[in-house]
Design a protein around this ligand. Structure first.
Ligand code: PLP
Length: 441
């Protein structure tokens, strides 16, 4: 009989020999965890160690692990009807589209794909075709922000504003431009947050004008930059961007891949601000990552340009798995759970509590800033509070290691090229109990 320890050893070895892990080089001293199970906010590795997953995997498992109802929803749907391509339709896809429209509080047409990257690629293609069919065929460029992450495929990566993720794969998709995001903690001394945010928003307008506005198809942005370091704008920033988009005929694409489904304390992050996105992309929390599914929601008036009945005016895009019936059934059950357990309100409530209790850390010599919206918290570490010099790699890694040694997984975010890879991220399941929150604190 093999002991638990032996099983672990052989799995770790087999992993080393066969699996190519995402984003990081293999670390012999600190190999990737082999995770065995999950329950609530906690995961257990093969050796039986438990960790509170303060990152919900990759900001995704919003309802927490081990939800039998979700497994059951997938099981029932797979038994009844495992697959329909979205050239046709099926009940769960229809119901889910209707439900998402209710949550968006407006009328959108729902296009299904598999991942956040896919959803953003669809947004770019839709935007370009829309302008072609709306008498402005020269509009093909997109503007996004430095430090933002929008996905790993060639277009979504082109929109991403983190050079280190990109430079070995360039040239990526052409026509993607970037401006700096508002980073309120590092704004110039003496400038008010409002003034600074307006100035940063105006960078979009300058770019549009320099590039010739007739070439600009859209702006893509998250309501707040998540992976780039939890950069929360002042509301005037987004209002100004919206106004610039309206004035120049530029589509506003809002990436809700992380901010959606309660992460910021509302259904969608953009609902904190006075925004009317033309296109909204979502993934992760849509199914709480139990199955892959993503959505690109397109405003009806834009959709109508594709629904003219004219030859070749339809959207020429298909993917095999998008809108998979079991994934849609899981998404519906996932949204039902979130509603039943008031998880969006809970996210706002816990986030507020955590931010308040973390106030005590503000005097710590290495803590520069603490910020958050809903249960999405960033702690910016510095070497020196006066100069705001970012904390060294070693210091950030040590803190993350200490947290893990004490049973808490936290994230690390920012932008390596700019030297700001010094932000600790907390994005735990929204289903955290009060005891879980005590543990994190
Ligand atoms: N957009 C944002 C804001 C993301 O954080 C991510 C992934 O982390 C993506 C898009 C891409 O999603 P996916 O990894 O599902 O392709």
């Amino acid at each position: 009989m093999t002991t638990a320890k032996e099983t672990t050893k052989s799995l770790v070895q087999k992993d080393r020999e066969n699996v190519w892990h995402h984003i990081s080089a293999y670390n012999e001293k600190n190999p990737p965890m082999v995770v065995e199970s999950g329950e609530g906010a906690w995961i257990t590795d093969h050796a039986g160690n438990r960790f509170l997953d303060g990152m919900s995997g990759l900001w995704a498992v919003n309802v927490g692990y081990g939800r039998e109802e979700l497994a059951q929803a997938a099981y029932e749907q797979m038994k009844k009807l495992a697959y329909v391509p979205m050239t046709q339709s099926h009940g769960p896809a229809i119901e889910l589209a209707e439900k998402l429209n209710k949550m968006l509080g407006d009328d959108y047409q729902i296009f299904y794909s598999n991942s956040g990257s896919d959803a953003n690629e669809v947004a770019f293609k839709l935007a370009r075709q829309y302008h072609q069919q709306n008498g402005e065929p020269s509009r093909y460029k997109f503007i996004s922000r430095y430090r933002a992450y929008h996905g790993s495929s060639m277009g979504a990566l082109a929109a991403t504003g983190q050079a280190l993720r990109k430079y070995k794969y360039e040239p990526l998709a052409p026509g993607f431009l970037h401006v700096a995001p508002p980073d309120n903690y590092r704004r110039p001394a003496g400038q008010s947050i409002e003034e600074y945010n307006i100035q940063r928003a105006q960078e979009f307008e300058e770019k549009i004008i320099w590039e010739q506005k007739e070439t600009i198809a859209g702006i893509i942005m998250e309501p707040l930059i998540t992976g780039g370091g939890i950069l929360i704008p002042h509301p005037v920033y987004l209002e100004k961007v919206q106004e610039i988009c309206n004035r120049h005929g530029v589509l506003l694409i809002v990436d809700e891949v992380i901010c959606g489904f309660g992460r910021t304390g509302k259904s969608f992050g953009h609902q904190h601000f006075n925004l009317k996105p033309d296109i909204i992309t979502m993934a992760k929390g849509l199914t709480s990552a139990y199955l892959p599914l993503s959505v690109t929601a397109i405003r009806k008036d834009i959709y109508e340009k594709f629904d003219t009945g004219e030859e070749n005016s339809h959207f020429r895009h298909v993917n095999t798995f998008g809108g998979n019936p079991a994934a849609c059934a899981v998404a519906l059950k996932n949204l039902e759970i979130m509603e039943r357990e008031n998880l969006f309100e809970r996210s706002a409530e816990i986030g507020e509590r955590v931010l308040k209790e973390l106030e005590t850390l503000k005097d710590h010599p290495f803590v520069g800033d603490i910020r958050g919206l809903g249960f999405l918290i960033g702690i910016e570490l510095v070497e020196d509070k006066e100069t705001r010099e970012p904390a060294t790699n070693a210091r950030v890694a040590k803190i993350i290691g200490e947290c893990k040694a004490n049973g808490l997984i936290i994230g690390r975010n920012g932008d390596t090229v700019a030297g700001y890879n010094n932000i600790l991220a907390l994005s735990p399941p929204l289903s955290c109990t009060d005891e879980d929150v005590d543990f994190i604190l």
